[in-house]
Design a protein around this ligand. Sequence first.
Ligand SMILES: Nc1ncnc2c1ncn2[C@@H]1O[C@H](COP(=O)(O)OP(=O)(O)OP(=O)(O)O)[C@@H](O)[C@H]1O
Length: 709
Amino acid sequence: MSTHPDFDLEKEHLAGTVAAMLRQIEFWEDRDRNAGADLETSIIMADEAGEHAAMLSPHVHQPYFGSLKVRAGGREQTLYIGKHGFQDVKGPHHVVSWDSEVGSLFYTQALEWTPRRGGKGVIRRRRQLDVAKKQLMRVTDLYDDERGGDTGGREEVLLRRLNEGSTAGMRDVVETLQPEQNEAMRYPAGTPVIIQGAAGSGKTTIGFHRLAWMTNRERGVHQARAEACMVLMPNRVLAAYAGRILPELDLHAVNVTTPETWATGLLGLEKLEVTDRTLSLLLTDRDNTRRALAWRRAKLLGDARMLDVVRTHLWHRWNAGLKGHGLNEPLEVPGRAPLTFTLTEADLAGLLRDVFAQDPLDGYRAGLRRAIEAEAMDRLNVPEEHAPGVRRQLSTPLTTLLGRIFAGTTPVTEARRLLGDPDALKASGLLTDREVQLLMTDPLSGIPTPRRAHADATELPVMLAVQAFTGGIGRAVGRTLEPFDHVVLDEAQDYSPLLYALLGRATRDGHITALGDLNQGMHGYKGPNNWEAVQAILPGAQVLTLSRTYRSTRQITQLGARIASTYNRAADVHGVDRDGAEVQRYSGAPELELLARAVKDAQAAGHENIAIVTRRGIDADRLSEALRDHDTDAQPITTQEHRYRGGVVILPVNLAKGLEFSAAIVASANAETYDESTEYERRLLYVSASRALHWLALVSAGELHPLIA
Ligand SMILES: Nc1ncnc2c1ncn2[C@@H]1O[C@H](COP(=O)(O)OP(=O)(O)OP(=O)(O)O)[C@@H](O)[C@H]1O
């Protein structure tokens, strides 16, 4: 297929590597060889060997995708880079893992590095090796110092990859990771990272790669365990779509969920309906004063100061709660005369003060229990071996006592009590009188609430703050709480500073990766004003910018830029210059007919994964039904329960965000549907028009939207 002079040599090396891998897998799977001294040892050994075999076998069909020729310590060698490291015990067919320190050299532009053993290492050649089904398909040199250095091969390989069709899930980009992405992905572990990048710059993809990199043993104390990590995505359709990247990255058991699911789970209220009434008001109310009020109130609810407003409120509540309470418990300690443990109200207040000072991760209720137990052991001089017995005797009286002090502090009721009480809001001294007044107004009163138990997206963080102080915040492991090893936030521009503060508490220090685009914010009333506001909350956080975009052809990117330039002066992003089909425009006939024709045209152009994007969910349901009469089967994705499995689908723009398709068709692409004078609507039009990789159609029965006509 290729005429590269080294093709045959590489082919031979590949065959050798495949054989070595198969030999190793066979070795691991050989039960007799894994027989230990006793049955238990044998089982453990066999299990471990089986695990190694299971990890390696998916990689046999493509052991590596590139190589590096390096010179270090007077010796030249070629390192093969793959998705999974492999040590050939009987031969030279080793593979270095892409996420190792050495693997990084494949992606950078650097020509030298400092090897672990010291001295100087020189990169002599970078080579891409396309391998599929154990066959070598193509050899492309990216850099070769014998052929004048940079060959332009990296761009060539990238373009080939970007020309491929979309799939039903997010894909890894291990083979074509670009230098600036590689740098963001490997930013030193233990530093919170904010990756800012335009739509299609690979933020979400890179976030998952960083997570995979974080689980590599080379990260030392910063290594993350996949099962102790969490990724938050804006909706469940996208979470499922993106989650398909995990096995490709050898990541298993990572919890990919939405902030609402995580929050309601933490509150123990899985059935709680989460509304966004501020958004409803901003979209429907024409009263600018009320809109401004709703916006400012939502912002204030998400202000980081609210954490201490909540804390101060709880301080007063619980101090009032312990009035008139104490303990007077007879205790038995073996070998000692009967004892009594007495705690006065003043003692309790003192212990509560200590707990507030300690600020324990698992909450103040558990903290106070521990403090009282420790006080008992200390005062009564209980020897270590009898401590568990004393704790047992204290258990019931303590549960009763704590129940009284913390009575009624459930996150939902307590957050609402605080937000309805101006004196409580003022208690911390952190909010000005005007701010307290603002919180006391209810600009949303005209927006209906659901019948079911509900909480608004803007008040949820305040509820979580109550939860954080009462029962704690973090990852539930059995009955205890631990911090997450690492948390990745997608669409991070939509997270309030208060949420950042809470997530920071719930995660190991320095282990948050936030992916976002301040220019793409659809929900500015919830998010931070700028990344500095987030940096102020996550100490040491670094903002890294991805400047190039990869998703779409030049034709599609240019159309998107035209829409975005109406609300965003920074819209001038530069994309990979990839040529594609002209944007198709359909109008002047009934919409159904045009949509059906567009689907046929997209299929005729060779595309399989095709999306029709509508403005609202009900449009998608209605059109999906009606299109059947036009011989077009488009599966609706209109609830968070639906999953994208490839093929032709029809979905509203809010569920399309983050997904991508080989071809996209924007339905009702006109000014009646996407109001030209409303920035929010123009942003939605942008999202609709930026879902396609290769082929885009704009459809309207009447005139097309002036921005794209
Ligand atoms: N280095 C790369 N090699 C190949 N493809 C890439 C690379 N980087 C990004 N892409 C592709 O670009 C597309 C956009 O990536 P991704 O969805 O991660 O971007 P994003 O910045 O999160 O976009 P959005 O803001 O729209 O959600 C995907 O198809 C992804 O596979």
